[in-house]
Write a protein that binds this ligand. Structure first.
Ligand SMILES: *Cc1c(COP(=O)(O)O)cnc(C)c1O
Length: 369
C-alpha cells in the first residue's frame, strides 16, 4: 500500500519501441524522446527499456536533461533538441550530446565552445518548415549552415531536421506541405553530404505517413503507450506504460445534504458512502477533475465528488459498498478488467495525454515493474 505511486511497466515501453521500429520504413532508426523525465514516466528506466526495444538514439529538450541522460548512457547517441544558452551549450556538449543549430551566430558560438572543450560538436541543422518555433525557415540559409558546419574543424554535420505541426490532425493538409518543403531542403543537403541523418517524424507522423520517416524518427508519446491521436492506444498496437495508484484511506457514511471538500461543491443527494484518497493536485491530479472524473476501486468506476484539493480527493461509493480502508485505488490504468486511460482524463480536462502524465508531480514516486 502506498499513498501515491506511478507504476511504470518497462516491458510495455520496450514492446512499444519494438512496434514503432517495425512500423518504420526499412533502415530508419528509432530515436526515443525521454524529455521531461520521460513524459513523467522516469527517463532513466524508460531510456533503458527503449534501447532494449530497438531504439538506437535518445533525445531530450534541455541541457540539464542531457547531463542526466549523457552520464547514464555514455555510448548512446544523444540529441539535445531545444534552444541553448551559452551556459547550456557547455553543459550539453560536456554531456557528449549532439545539438541543434539554425543561426550562423550560434554555429560560431558552438564551434568556440567545442574547441574549448577539445572535442568537435556534432550538430543537426534545423529547418523551420512551418512549425514557426525553432529552426531556420530559409532553405538557402539551411544549406549554407550545413556547408559551414561541414567545413568547420570544430563541428561535425550530423543531421538535417524539422518538426511537424499537424501530424496528429488527420485532416490537415499542412502536414504534406511541411513535408514537401522539408524534403526539398533535405534532398539538397543530402546530395552534398550523403551521410547526414535526415529526420522529421514524431510519433503521430510515424503512424500517419511513411514518407515522413526519412533516416530516423523521434518518438516520444508512443514510446510510453500513449496515443498521439488521443484515441485508444491499443488500436495502434501501443500499450500504456503508466498506472497512477493510491488507496482508500477512509470510508465514511454521508447523510443526505452532507458535503465533501472545499467550497461544498458536492452534497450527498441520498444517504451514501464516501471514500477518501490521500492524493490531490499536489501530486498532479488536476483540480479540473473536481466532480468530473472517475477512479477505480474493486474493479469499478467511482465518481470523483467534491473539489480536488492539494492532498486529498473524495469518491462516491454509493448507498451500499464493500469498499474498505486499505483498498487499492487506480486513477490511471487498469484494475480487474476496467481501465481508465490518460486519454480519457485528458478529454475531461480539455487537454492532451502528454500533459496528464507530464503533470504527475515529483511528489509521486515512480516504481518500475
Ligand atoms: C517532443 C518532441 C518530439 C516527440 O514528439 P511525440 O509527439 O511525443 O512523439 C519530437 N521532436 C521534437 C522536436 C520534440 O520536441
Amino acid at each position: 500500500m502506498m499513498r501515491a505511486v506511478a507504476r511504470i511497466d518497462l516491458g510495455a515501453v520496450e514492446r512499444n519501441c519494438a512496434h514503432l521500429k517495425s512500423t518504420l520504413r526499412d533502415g530508419a532508426e528509432l530515436c526515443a524522446v525521454v524529455k521531461a523525465d520521460g513524459y513523467g514516466h522516469g527517463a532513466d528506466g524508460c531510456a533503458t527499456a527503449a534501447l532494449a526495444g530497438g531504439a538506437t538514439k535518445l533525445a531530450v529538450a534541455t541541457a540539464t536533461e542531457a547531463a542526466q541522460i549523457g552520464r547514464r548512457f555514455q555510448h548512446v547517441p544523444l540529441l539535445t533538441m531545444g534552444a541553448l544558452t551559452p551556459e547550456d551549450v557547455d553543459v550539453s556538449l560536456s554531456a557528449g550530446s549532439e545539438v541543434a543549430v539554425w543561426r550562423e551566430s550560434f554555429r560560431r558560438l558552438l564551434a568556440d565552445r567545442a574547441r574549448a572543450q577539445g572535442r568537435p560538436a556534432r550538430v543537426h541543422v534545423k529547418h523551420d518548415s512551418g512549425m514557426g518555433r525553432l529552426g531556420n525557415p530559409d532553405p538557402a540559409e539551411v544549406l549554407a549552415l550545413a556547408r559551414a558546419c561541414d567545413a568547420d574543424p570544430d563541428l561535425e554535420l550530423a543531421g538535417i531536421w524539422t518538426h511537424l505541426a499537424t501530424a496528429d490532425e488527420p485532416d490537415s493538409g499542412f502536414f504534406d506541405e511541411q513535408l514537401d518543403r522539408f524534403a526539398a531542403v533535405a534532398d539538397a543537403v543530402k546530395a552534398e553530404f550523403p551521410s547526414v541523418t535526415v529526420h522529421a517524424a514524431n510519433s503521430a507522423a510515424v503512424f500517419r505517413d511513411p514518407r515522413s520517416h526519412f533516416d530516423m524518427a523521434r518518438c516520444g508519446v508512443a514510446v510510453y503507450g500513449l496515443d498521439p491521436f488521443q484515441g485508444d492506444p491499443a488500436e495502434r498496437g501501443l500499450a500504456p506504460a503508466l498506472s497512477l495508484c493510491s488507496y482508500v484511506a477512509d470510508v465514511k457514511r454521508f447523510a443526505p445534504g452532507d458535503s465533501a471538500g472545499y467550497g461544498q461543491t458536492w452534497r450527498a443527494p441520498v444517504e451514501t458512502w464516501v471514500g477518501v484518497l490521500p492524493l490531490g493536485y499536489g501530486d498532479g491530479v488536476r483540480r479540473g477533475l473536481s466532480n468530473n472524473g472517475e477512479v477505480l476501486v474493486r474493479g469499478r468506476r467511482r465518481p470523483l465528488v467534491g473539489t480536488v484539493s492539494m492532498d486529498n480527493v473524495t469518491i462516491n461509493l454509493g448507498p451500499e459498498t464493500d469498499v474498505e480502508p486499505g483498498d487499492e485505488a487506480v486513477l490511471i490504468g487498469a484494475q480487474d478488467g476496467e481501465t481508465i486511460l490518460a486519454e480519457e482524463i485528458a478529454a475531461r480536462l480539455g487537454t492532451i495525454n502528454y500533459e496528464v502524465t507530464c503533470g504527475i508531480s515529483a511528489r509521486v514516486p515512480r516504481e518500475s515493474a
